[in-house]
Design a protein around this ligand. Structure first.
Ligand code: SF4
Length: 456
């Protein structure tokens, strides 16, 4: 049994309510979910909104300077609401901002009661208990089983932490540390438990998923992990999606696994960042336009009908007009279904930040906008190409549409929270259902669907 105070002890004092605010990427969503699960097991409850909360946890992002700024602004807004409110509410700042700027923060943000680095989030129960003065009442439960509180039919699952690549523009290895693969048994155990709880899609994430297993004993590879996860989702008719595969990670074994294992979606996310060999080398990445072209041609040949997602960066230090045009032409030629475009951001402590040939801000924005315009054109066209198909759709939620409430879901070719959605008339299905849908129309990245008849 977990050693913790009995829930009756907490209940008698009123279960303290925790507000969770998550900024940044899906990896942070998973971390918040794990903290939430730990706190709920310890007897805390989740607050619906700020005025209800006894304590607020802000899980921050520091990938870019703009994300750090947003994290601080959100924290300060909560602090302000707290001081203006009926009662004050302590704020705990977690995740990437404390990991990156830990030692400087207590003096710079006196409004925050405690800072928890990403690597220390397992101790969240002790921290929250302490800021509420309940450390003698609440004892953190020992970890037992899987720590998730997922609602709905789609869940992100982390397979690794950190990154060893040290791309010259990126602060992640300094924030999240060196690459650590999560044990296969842990990943499979979490997936199985999620499936038992009603999840039907697992999205495997990490900073660099292709190298999973390299630091583990034995000859472990992502392809092998996918085959094990596929066995876990098969009895439930589940899907597996993998994000963040670096080009070098696309081994023969992995390509064959994506092609041959039905549960693994032919949805391939390879962030290229750039195609010019000179820019890639300056970014601390390998590759050339020829190598990338050969890789995508091979993927198209071996995995017919696949969907391709990528990421491109505009305005890296030293990028010339010709190199910017080279990236534009490359993306146009490859006709990626989905592309995230970033404008280079000079991140403190990275090697690229110290490069002397920073691109003028106006030029950077112009190049970024050109890429965004192109990728929207390609993305809208890829989306409309699905009109007329009958697909399985996972229903994610309800939203207010132009004609009243509607259901929002996503199909196999749409990664949740990234690639647009399928819209269905409200009442046709419930959140968490997996339904057969006829796609009848599209607008931008969105598709309109009609229920084809019953749950899939
Ligand atoms: S692969 Fe490069 S860009 Fe991605 S997290 Fe690692 S260092 Fe950053």
């Amino acid at each position: 049994m977990a050693s913790r105070c009995s829930s009756s002890t907490i209940a008698s004092a009123g279960a303290p309510r925790v507000l969770f605010v998550t900024l940044g990427c899906a990896k942070n969503e998973v971390d918040t979910d794990r903290m939430r699960a730990r706190l709920l097991r310890a007897g805390f409850s989740a607050a619906e909104d700020a005025p209800d909360a006894d304590v607020a946890i802000v899980n921050t992002c520091s990938f870019l300077a703009s994300a750090t700024q947003e994290s601080v602004e959100v924290t300060l807004e909560l602090a302000e609401a707290s001081s203006e409110g009926v009662r004050s509410r302590p704020i705990v700042m977690c995740g990437c901002v404390p990991s990156r700027y830990g030692d400087d923060l207590p003096s710079e943000l006196p409004e925050v009661s405690a800072f928890v680095r990403a690597e220390d989030e397992d101790g969240i129960v002790g921290v929250v208990s302490s800021v509420l003065g309940l450390e003698d009442v609440i004892v953190a439960p020992q970890d037992e089983g899987v720590l998730r509180t997922v609602e709905g039919a789609s869940a992100f699952v982390k397979i690794s932490e950190g990154c060893d690549r040290f791309c010259t523009f990126c602060a992640i290895p300094y924030i999240r540390g060196r690459y650590r693969s999560r044990a296969a048994e842990d990943v499979v155990g979490e997936v199985r438990s999620l499936m038992e709880g009603g999840v039907r899609e697992v999205v495997l994430i990490g900073q660099d998923t292709g190298v999973w297993g390299r630091d583990l004993e034995g000859d472990q590879t992502l392809a092998g992990l996918l085959r094990r996860v596929a066995r876990a989702v098969r009895p439930y008719g589940g899907w597996i999606r993998v994000l963040y595969l670096q080009p070098e990670g696309m081994t023969d074994e992995l390509i064959a696994t994506i092609r041959d294992v039905d549960e693994v979606l032919p949805y391939i996310d390879i962030p290229i960042q750039h195609c010019s060999a000179r820019v890639l080398s300056s970014m601390g990445r390998s590759g050339s336009p020829e190598e990338l072209r050969a890789l995508f041609a091979r993927l198209r040949k071996e995995i017919p009908g696949m969907v391709l997602r990528t990421t491109g960066m505009a305005g890296f230090p030293g990028e010339t007009d010709e190199e910017a045009a080279e990236l534009y032409d490359f993306i146009q030629e490859e006709e990626f279904d989905y592309t995230s475009v970033f404008s280079y951001s000079q991140e403190e402590g990275t090697r690229a930040a110290a490069m002397g040939d920073q691109v003028d801000e106006g030029v950077k924005l112009e190049r970024t906008q050109r890429l965004v315009d192109l990728t929207e054109q390609l993305g809208f066209s890829a989306t409309s190409s699905h009109v007329g198909e009958r697909v399985r759709v996972i229903v994610d939620g309800v939203e207010e549409g132009a004609d009243g409430p509607e259901l929002i879901g996503h199909a196999w070719f749409q990664a949740p929270d990234s690639d647009g959605a399928v819209h269905l008339a409200a009442g046709e299905a419930a959140v968490g259902d997996v339904v057969e849908v006829d796609l009848v129309d599209s607008f931008c990245y969105e598709l309109i669907g009609e229920l084809a008849g019953g749950e899939a």
